[in-house]
Every structure is written in structure tokens, then in C-alpha cells.
Design a protein around this ligand. Sequence first.
Ligand code: CU
Length: 306
Amino acid sequence: MTTDPTAHGHHTGHASHADHVSHADHGAHAGQAPGGLLTSAGGYTLELRTPQLTAGTPGELRFAVVQDSTGEAVTAYRTQHGKELHLIVASRDLTVYRHLHPTRAADGTWSTPVELPKAGAYRVFADFAPEGSAAALTLGADLTTGGVPESAPLPEPHHTAHLDGYEVRLAGTLRAGEAGHLTLRVAREGRPVRDLQPYLGAYGHLVALRSGDLAYLHVHPHGEPGDGLTQPGPDVSFMATVPSAGAYRLFFDFQHEGVVRTAAFTVRTEGADAPAPGAPAHADHANHGQHADHGQHAHHVPRSGH
Ligand SMILES: [Cu+2]
């Protein structure tokens, strides 16, 4: 069950690591920065060709992944979860989320229709593995829809999401630096859903974005359709490791009766380093000095000077 994620670095004598690439390659390894924070990494750059779109209007998002050494757009990718590239667009306030699968032109330019409802700042994440590179990458870039930003506070932590007659319940906890099990239970009109459909090779996909900087954590499902063990609902379970204490927004994509839907949750890490919001203040005032170091309250109070 446990594989050493660093093992990939020790293969020698292989011209290509393509055979070794597995889920262990994307996501944040211990000691590595999480994905999505950088526009350039690993010799590749995400070039957003449409950094501005118009809120509330159908538009087209275009971009390319450029190999730094050649200046050319990448045209050869390895398939991950059934696609060459997964594109996430999220508003900075984490209230809007899109998981898209763009189309690639022969010259390497990717494009996808998209409509973003709110004015303001968005982050675009491209999750991909170029042919010939050892590891998958998640690169990020900023996008704006102009206008007067409509920013909302992060929704309070909650473990139930309602959408289109479905109720999705999240069970499990996140602890900074530890692998945690998360289970999502899907019900519709009070009845457990037992006929989820495979979507991109799994019964669900979960992406976690860290509140504050939108660090991107791809979370891996336990089991897959057809393995003889994994049931098509009502429970879909995942292993998630978050790099730091604080608040995360989780987006769970699932497919039922031919429609992919996304349930979103706010989750706060548990443990000594992450008191829940509204928890009683420390009786011991000597502890106050520690709070200054956490930074986890930053999203409650916009600060300009720090
Ligand atoms: Cu995808």
C-alpha cells in the first residue's frame, strides 16, 4: 500500500520514466511545494493567451504549455485519468469552480469554451504530464473577468452539500502533513445513490485548493471501477494529504445518470495547530504569541500591509 514517493528519483538507466508514472507523481510530495502556485516549473511554462474574459458572457479560454528550452508549445502529452490535460478554473474567493477538458490544436494551443459568472480574479490550473518528462505538473496562471470584483468570504466549514436534489456528505478529517481518509456519500432525495458512473476512470474526482494562495492538491481516489472491490456509490473515498494547517475548499466531481456535478465543501484542518473557527480563545494569554505565526486567520481579515 505504501510506496516511497521519492523512489522515482532513484531510477537509473531509463531513457524514459513514462512506465513509472503513477498517481504518486502528481500531488504534493513531502518536502515539495504544492502544485499550482507557479506559472513555470520543471522546464515548462503555462502561457495564458486569454488572460481576460468577460464575466457572465460565454467566452473562450486559450493557452499553451511552452517548453522553456525550445520556446515551442508542447504537442505530446501522456494521458492521465483519460485526458492529456485537466484544466481547473477557480475564483480567488473559491466560490466558482470549473473542471474543463480543453481541445488541443495541432500547434499545441489549447482552447475551451467557458463562462465565468462573477467579476474578479480567477486562477487557472493546468494539470498535465508532457511526454518525456518524469513527473506530472500543475502550473497556474491568473485570469481576470474585469469589472468590480465580487468577492465573497470563504464559506464556513460544512460537511454537507446540496445540489440538484443530491446531498453529498463529507466524512473524515484533514490534518496538516498527514495522509487523511475522506469519504463522500452521495444521496438523492434521501436515498443512497448506488449507481454512480465512472468519470475519467473513477467514481469521483476531488481537488482541494488551499484558502489564501490557492495551492492545488490533487487527491487520489481509493480503488477504481472494475477492480472487483470498488462499489459505484454511495461512498467514494479518497486519500488526501494537505501540506499545512488552515482552510481548504474541496471540490468533488461525480457522474450520475449522464451528468457530471460538483459538490463543494470548506474544510479546516484539525489538530493542535488548527483551532476551529469559533473555538474558545485560549484561557492562557501566553499562547497568543503563537497565533501570529499561523497565518491561518489571514482570510478573515484582509490585510494590506503584511
Ligand atoms: Cu479533468
